[in-house]
Design a binder for this molecule. Structure first.
Ligand SMILES: NC(=O)c1ccc[n+]([C@@H]2O[C@H](COP(=O)([O-])OP(=O)(O)OC[C@H]3O[C@@H](n4cnc5c(N)ncnc54)[C@H](OP(=O)(O)O)[C@@H]3O)[C@@H](O)[C@H]2O)c1
Length: 396
């Protein structure tokens, strides 16, 4: 089933790693069984998107590649096997693509081809193109319905605000994986970055008491003020990473029993002492989710003696997304600027977008690429509504 798709669309393409990206006009993809064509409204930008396409963070992916990350879009057409998705539906467009016959064959659309022959094949031959484009062809299961009436009219989120899920969902995956419970205390470290800050906000929304750990005391204070202003019931403490492992453990333990740790550091933090301090502060039977880079031994005799659990986690599961959307629709997150303050750039301004994303980091900050101008979108939506209307008259 389809609404009006133009014959061509514009996409931002990585031809060669390290070279400028190029805007190309291409033939619009056609829907087929198992897929949807989504009109991309807003696509998130990673703090390290520039590093990925510039080759400084050597993630493997096939070229040419339409760049991207997760996005918010409107379904434009669906394959014949779609049973719930309809053209016009607002959807979360998720970047974690998994093999239908082998879930371990997973890759990150527009970012990384994954680690198996199957994931490489899927990215290279089937789902090559990302979301920095006017349209994207997506697996049906990667399009998560968003209740537009509840989220936008009821709770007052803009479609642009909703793109912040690209940050919030990631720590949620780790927190669900270690089964964080309401009332538990969790250390999030480092907490001053985009994903760490999001981890603090999400853990607070899940009902946990959060200890945010970071190097930058000014940012820690902003983080605490931001979370408690938006969600006054949240309980957030802060601890500075000093590099003195024992002292940092003691500073964490001064807040009482610590049940869980979420680590989500970049390669630059791989040798930082924070994770060892946080693990040493865990209670007997405590759990730790490692989502960041670690290049040092973090397991010692206390790990065994205290029955600790250490789990690695890449992104999240589909069920996590469905549950997260329910939390958002229930109103467990703040609104307006206390939720997110977004900076938007057109496809042409991709360089400015990547530069801004590298600087504009931390809780409540997001850079997006907006492939359509507002005017174009309104015109396209007008045509879609007219066509939908005429189709319904014809079918009556
Ligand atoms: N497992 C997954 O599924 C998953 C998904 C997405 C991303 N990630 C990982 O998450 C990482 C963080 O991304 P981001 O966008 O949040 O980055 P970001 O916004 O740049 O934040 C980086 C964080 O790391 C801290 N940091 C940097 N160098 C450090 C050091 N030497 N010692 C201690 N802390 C240090 C920063 O602290 P300051 O504020 O003090 O500089 C900041 O808190 C990424 O690099 C990526 O690898 C993992």
């Amino acid at each position: 089933m389809s609404s009006v798709l133009p014959s061509q669309y514009r996409a931002l393409v990585v031809e060669t790693v390290g070279a400028d990206l190029e805007i190309k006009t291409r033939t619009t993809p056609q829907h087929s069984p198992g897929s949807a064509i989504v009109r991309i409204l807003e696509a998130g930008v990673l703090s390290y998107q520039r590093e990925v396409y510039g080759g400084h963070r050597p993630y493997p992916f096939p070229k040419p590649l339409v760049g991207g990350f997760s996005a918010v879009g409107r379904v434009a057409a669906v394959g014949p096997d779609a049973t719930a998705l309809q053209p016009g539906q607002l959807v979360w467009v998720d970047c974690v693509v998994r093999g239908r016959d082998d879930q371990s064959a997973s890759f990150l659309l527009g970012i990384h081809e994954g680690f198996t022959e199957g994931s490489r094949k899927l990215m290279r031959d089937v789902w090559r193109d990302g979301t920095y484009a006017e349209f994207a062809k997506m697996p049906l299961e990667n399009c998560i319905p968003l209740d537009e009436v509840r989220l936008c009219k009821g709770l007052g989120y803009s479609i642009r605000d909703l793109t912040y899920l690209c940050y919030l969902l990631v720590p949620y995956g780790g927190l669900r994986d270690i089964k964080l419970e309401p009332g538990e205390t969790i250390v999030v470290c480092p907490a001053t970055g985009g994903f760490g800050g999001a981890g603090v906000q999400v853990a607070a929304a899940m009902g946990a008491r959060v200890i945010a750990m970071g190097r930058n005391e000014k940012e820690l204070a902003r983080l605490k003020a931001h979370v408690t202003k938006g969600t006054p019931w949240a309980s957030v403490e802060t601890v500075k990473i000093t590099g003195d492992e024992g002292a940092d453990t003691a500073a964490l333990q001064a807040f009482g029993t610590i049940d869980c740790v979420l680590d989500i550091g970049p390669p630059a933090a791989a040798k930082s002492t924070h994770l060892k301090s946080a693990i040493a502060a865990l209670r007997r039977g405590g759990r730790c989710s490692v989502m960041g880079y670690v290049e040092q031994p973090i397991v010692d005799w206390k790990f065994m003696g205290n029955n600790l659990t250490l789990k690695g986690k890449l992104m999240y599961e589909r069920e996590d997304m469905l549950l997260f959307v329910k939390m958002l629709e229930k109103g467990l997150f703040p609104k307006g600027k206390e939720f997110v303050d977004v900076r938007s750039f057109g496809l042409e301004n991709w360089k400015e977008a990547f530069d801004a994303a590298a600087e504009y980091t931390g809780l409540g900050k997001l850079v997006v690429i907006t492939p359509w101008s507002h005017r174009c979108l309104e015109a396209a939506r007008f045509v879609e509504v007219i066509v939908e209307h005429s189709l319904s008259i014809v079918s009556v």
